[in-house]
Write a protein that binds this ligand. Structure first.
Ligand SMILES: [Zn+2]
Length: 78
């Protein structure tokens, strides 16, 4: 790996997470009681549904960042 600006090989490669958007939902008292009822009514099936929904809310993309230790030049590989 060589820096495009100064030609130094003293470049650190890092992985950066971008585009991570977490939708924060307010979990009130009523919601937790309602959820508990749903879990009991569906014999725990609701827990699986809820988990799946929770993980889908956050999307992360990994980008490779190269930073030149010599001149401070920063660029992305992908
Ligand atoms: Zn450089």
């Amino acid at each position: 790996m060589k820096c495009a600006r100064c030609g130094s090989e003293n470049v650190s490669v890092q992985t950066e997470m971008v585009g991570g958007k977490a939708k924060l939902r307010k979990t009130g008292c009523l919601w937790s009681i309602g959820r508990l009822c749903l879990i009991l009514c569906t014999c725990g099936l609701w827990l699986l549904v809820g988990k799946r929904k929770g993980t889908n809310n956050i999307k992360y993309k990994n980008r490779t960042v190269c930073i030149c230790q010599n001149c401070g030049n920063k660029w992305y590989l992908n």
